[in-house]
Design a binder for this molecule. Structure first.
Ligand code: IPE
Ligand code: MG
Length: 261
């Protein structure tokens, strides 16, 4: 990612004291992979969207992602995030909640200043809605969920942000057809990512035993599912063979299927 990305990501987060510290702390942790901004850049560069526009959109997406992690870690009472003490553990639930609110707000402010602001804001609002819906569904599981239900949680909590990346990149070049195509690649990336993450979780035998595809149906079935989505993605990508975009997407797959930090 270009250097300006990190600068814009952490600037104008004006607030005082602990709230400010908490936001800077989570955004500056080097263990974060910035994989969503990378996907958005790959899509936008294919359409020759100017770099400055892509940086703003990528920052908005990374801020939404980071805000969702802060809130998720409160819900799950997670103690370690990005290989460090989580914000809720270090600063308390209250500060973590408010820091998340402000990161969401900053993302909205950035998107309000873009060319297709209304479309972009609408897509972002839908994503945040879908993510919170999936998070609520995930913690409220007193019946055994089907594969279809579990996949809808995967799509909501992880896929929806990658879908947003694809949409924003396509919309930035006024190419609504590309936006849809990138969104479908994003959905598949999210599935590959989350199913692999859920498989890793089983191996680690974490305390948080929420239902997931591998936990309910076994690692073998989950691995097959992830492979099926990978093949589907390769199929969607076939138009771009021999293009930098193709290898960029494959390197993103490498990052997201590596052991999560
Ligand atoms: C964590 O996302 C949540 C999942 C979808 C597994 P990332 O693994 O992309 O988190 P960071 O941004 O690199 O810390
Ligand atoms: Mg969670």
């Amino acid at each position: 990612m270009p250097d300006e990305f990190e600068t814009i990501l952490t600037q104008e987060l004006n607030s005082d004291g602990l709230l400010n510290e908490a936001k800077q702390y989570i955004l500056n942790l080097s263990a974060s992979k910035r994989v969503r901004p990378r996907f958005l850049f790959a899509c936008g560069q294919l359409l020759e969207v100017p770099k400055s526009k892509l940086i703003n959109l990528a920052c908005a997406v990374e801020l939404i992602h980071t805000a969702s992690l802060l809130h998720d870690d409160i819900v799950d009472q997670t103690r370690v995030r990005r290989s460090s003490t989580s914000v809720n553990t270090k600063f308390g639930d209250g500060i973590a909640l408010l820091a998340g609110d402000q990161l969401f707000s900053k993302a909205i402010l950035i998107l309000s200043d873009t060319d297709r602001a209304v479309d972009n804001l609408k897509a972002a609002a839908q994503t945040i809605y879908d993510m919170s819906n999936a998070a609520a569904f995930e913690v409220n599981q007193d019946v055994r969920l089907t594969n279809k239900q579990l996949l809808s949680i995967v799509d909501g909590k992880t896929g929806s942000l990658f879908v947003l990346c694809g949409k924003l990149a396509g919309l930035a070049s006024n190419n609504d057809i590309a936006a849809d195509k990138f969104a479908s690649i994003g959905n598949l990336l999210g599935r590959i990512f989350q199913i692999n993450d859920d498989i890793d979780d089983i191996k680690e035998d974490t305390k948080n035993k929420i239902q997931t595809i591998p936990r309910n149906f076994g690692v073998k079935i989950a691995t097959n599912e992830a492979e099926r989505f990978y093949d589907e993605m390769i199929n969607v990508l076939s138009d771009y063979k021999n293009h930098k975009f193709y290898s960029e997407i494959l390197s993103i797959v490498q990052i997201i299927t590596r052991k999560n930090t």
